[in-house]
Write a protein that binds this ligand. Structure first.
Ligand code: PLP
Length: 385
């Protein structure tokens, strides 16, 4: 089969071969239920415990702080709704650029008596300090600001934001789904600053789909979304997906181990890509802010992003227009809208997110193909006009 060059690692990543190997026994003869008292069950429980330690040590958390869920969406919902369920309705502040899995549950709470503040961001995508301070003066009970944005890759100064939230008496959650495996994360120091919970997801770091975690400060009380057999300290009932959890553990261990070697390579590839894009006159979103090493979000004048992505797909390159999770939705990216990007320019947005297997040749070929494709599209537009 013809395999396009994959440049969409913020959407999902290929399964690491070592992860797959580790998972295989749990998809064949190791089929025990971790709650069973016999040897099949006990070995499944041990496998989950190993994975829990691997996830915890990859981010400097304690074993007991990891709550496995089935995906990052569930972990975000668990924190936002679960923490709110233990409080009287009050003010909830989330950044305007959060993933829908934070924004939608926050909107659900707003329909149930909570007041929702959407924290404004500056043009470069970082939370606006003034808007944040104003929100904190109104004493929110819960604050959620992501560590790294999935579209732009822009990083937030979560340590400073959490410290301010703590001083204002709010619980602070950060969606670290895109940050995991791309920058170092230390839950101990984040926790000392005031971060009470983090969301992680396996399939963004070479692990399987079907496993994720809410990393939760044990002093924070939350209500489970799913009640039942009491798995995961009662916070996420349901028979565990052992193969996926085992894979997630190995993927975390590998990501933490490879971070130092992979990061400079990704930065070099991203710089190569971005200098090629600038030479073509592209606008790069989030420029000036600290960004993930692998993410470039750009637009070219008079070129529609959706059209460009489908032409690039046919030419053998897999990239995204806007957020992958919502690419069925033709609306303007809420992230770019919050950053004050004009709708005409936002319509052109295309995201390239690199991974460890990408090479200099991939980036060169992509830039050449992009140049040819864009010239063709501009000619077609000129003829149509
Ligand atoms: N948060 C961010 C920032 C994401 O990019 C995504 C997925 O793209 C999610 C949460 C949801 O994670 P999952 O795909 O594991 O549900």
């Amino acid at each position: 089969m013809f395999a396009p060059i994959y440049l969409d690692h913020n959407a999902t990543t290929p399964l690491e071969p070592a992860v797959r190997e580790a998972m295989l026994p749990w998809l064949s003869d190791q089929y025990g239920n971790a709650s069973s008292r016999h040897e099949y069950g006990r070995s499944a429980r041990r496998a989950i415990d190993v994975a829990r330690s691997q996830v915890a040590s990859a981010i400097g958390a304690h074993f007991s702080e990891i709550v496995f869920t089935s995906n990052g969406t569930e972990a975000n919902n668990l924190f936002v709704k679960g923490a709110a369920a233990c409080m009287k309705p009050g003010l909830l502040a989330v950044s305007a650029i959060e993933h829908p899995s934070v924004i939608k549950p926050a909107e659900q709470l707003a329909r149930r008596g909570w007041q929702l503040h959407r924290l404004a961001v500056e043009h470069d995508g970082r939370v606006d300090a003034q808007s944040y301070e104003t929100s904190l003066e109104a004493k929110p009970r819960l604050v959620s600001v992501m560590l790294a944005n999935n579209e732009t890759g822009v990083l937030q100064d979560v340590v400073a934001l959490a410290a301010q939230a703590k001083a204002a008496g709010a619980l602070f959650h950060s969606d670290a789904v895109q940050a995991l495996g791309k920058i170092g994360i230390d839950f101990r120091s984040l926790g000392a600053a005031g971060v009470n919970a983090l969301t992680l997801s396996s399939h963004k770091i070479g692990g399987p789909k079907g496993a994720a975690a809410l990393v939760l400060d044990k002093r924070v009380e939350i209500e489970p979304l799913i009640a039942g057999g009491g798995q995961e300290r009662g916070l996420r009932s349901g028979t565990e997906n052992i193969a996926a959890i085992v894979g997630f553990g190995v993927a975390c261990e590998m990501a933490a181990r490879n971070l130092v070697a992979v990061t400079p390579r990704l930065i070099a590839l991203r710089d190569q890509l971005e200098s090629g894009l600038c030479a073509m006159g592209a606008t790069l979103f989030g420029l000036g802010a600290g960004r993930l090493p692998n993410t470039t979000y750009f637009a070219l004048d008079d070129v529609d992003g959706e059209t460009l992505v489908s032409h690039l797909d046919r030419a053998g390159f897999a990239v995204a227009s806007g957020a992958a999770c919502s690419s069925a939705n033709p609306e303007m990216s809420h992230v770019l809208r919050a950053m004050g990007v004009a709708p005409e320019q936002a319509r052109g947005a295309v995201r390239v997110s690199l991974g460890a297997a990408n090479t200099v040749a991939h980036v060169n070929d992509f830039l050449k193909t992009l140049q040819i494709t864009v010239s063709k599209l501009l000619q077609l537009t000129a003829v149509a006009v």
